[in-house]
Design a protein around this ligand. Structure first.
Ligand code: BGC
Length: 381
């Protein structure tokens, strides 16, 4: 964990500025601040932050103590539902959440129940009803459909059970309602505008700024996650926005939903390459699983990443980071499942201790390029 914090420091330099900016403003201001902050980070700032991150690494035990205080987790029951177990990123997140609850916070393994929502909201709602009937002390929910949050929140609130939503963000009216009505519900996630912006910057930072064929515009294809998910919406919008904000002309050749899935990412990229051939200069994927699929299609078509096509994803799955290192992906963005799991669990404890909890709690993303890929890989192992 200590090493991990160190290598993340470079990314943190930009993201710390970002999160400070994010605290103050409404969403448009936050976005502008995000872009500016990411653009203006210098190496000196990065170094300063390295030092801060090293110091922070020393205080991990204290931080845990601060989060839990005198709280005794040994008899507390937790219900967790993940939107589907068959998701690479959510599997990393789920395992880390369980590990942190048991090893760092002292919850008993037998008191933690984790259900698979199987991508089916009706099934997941049943699981949640069962958790409520069983009287769990706290719920940590990764909804299949974030739009079901109001209904589920009301049920949990009526039963007196606090809820920590993770990864799939309910809409802002719902989050505001928790605050105005004093409902014990909150969201822990990342601001996906930031990851989209980082993807666009990774393309801008290539030798030709993404314009491989020199025709004055960047022609891209976009492989989207589940478009109901705000992560998919924002990554799609802000990756391209980073290019246009920098004055780069863009051309969208193809945009399709790949639902976060590797096989779909492969099929869609294959279709796009068949249809548009060499015109495709950039493949934006809303996550790494789909980027891994896209890479298979790119290689099968005899194309070469970083030579005649660029490819970026989000998450920093180990395989994707290795690809960045090997020059098979242009870049990815670390979707920090470790910090998100920690934050979700710590906030669950805050609820149980009767403390006030903010309705939205965001964790920063970190850019992953050839420069820090080895360090990220070592830290993730
Ligand atoms: C991740 C995806 C994941 C999705 C699940 C996103 O934040 O980047 O990999 O499939 O969450 O909701």
């Amino acid at each position: 964990m200590k090493l991990f914090k160190k290598v993340m420091a470079v990314g943190l330099a930009s993201t710390m500025v970002l999160s400070m900016a994010a605290c103050g403003g409404g969403s448009n201001e936050t976005t502008a601040a995000a872009t500016t902050a990411a653009e203006t980070t210098t190496a000196a700032e990065a170094e300063e932050t390295t030092k801060a991150a090293e110091e922070a690494a020393e205080t991990t035990a204290e931080e845990v103590k601060e989060a839990t205080g005198d709280f005794d987790a040994s008899n507390v029951t937790v219900g967790i539902s993940i939107y589907k177990f068959d998701d690479n990123f959510m599997t990393l997140y789920r395992n880390e959440l369980q590990r942190y609850l048991v090893e760092d916070l002292g919850f008993k393994e037998e008191n933690i129940t984790i259900q698979d929502g199987k991508g089916d909201q009706a099934e997941q709602s049943n699981q949640i009803d069962n958790f409520i009937t069983a009287g769990v002390d706290v719920l940590i929910l990764n909804l299949v459909q974030a739009s079901s949050a109001p209904q589920i929140t009301d049920k949990c609130s009526a039963a007196g059970i606090p809820v920590v939503y993770i990864n799939r963000e309910p809409d802002v009216d719902e989050e505001n309602r928790w605050e105005s009505e004093g409902i014990k519900a909150t969201y822990v996630g990342c601001d996906a505008r930031q990851s989209g912006t980082f993807q666009g910057e990774e393309i801008l930072e290539t030798s030709n700024g993404g314009d491989i064929n020199g025709d004055g515009k960047v022609s891209y294809i976009m492989i989207q996650g589940d478009p109901e998910n705000v992560d998919a919406q924002y990554r799609t919008e802000f990756s391209v926005k980073a290019l246009t904000d920098a004055g780069t002309e863009v051309e969208e050749l193809f945009i399709q939903r790949g639902d976060w899935d590797q096989a779909k990412g492969q099929q869609l990229t294959q279709d796009a390459l068949t249809q548009f051939g060499e015109d495709v200069e950039v493949v934006f994927c809303n996550n790494d699983a789909m980027a891994l699929g896209a890479l298979q299609a790119i290689e099968a078509a005899g194309r070469k990443v970083n030579e005649d096509i660029y490819l970026v994803g989000v998450d920093a799955l180990t395989e994707a980071v290795q690809n960045v290192l090997d020059g098979k992906m242009t870049g990815t963005v670390f979707n920090d499942h470790i910090a998100q799991a920690k934050s979700a669990a710590d906030i669950a404890v805050s609820f149980l201790k009767g403390e006030d909890v903010a309705p939205v709690n965001m964790v920063d993303y970190t850019k992953v390029t050839t420069e820090n890929a080895q360090a990220v890989l070592d830290a993730l192992k």
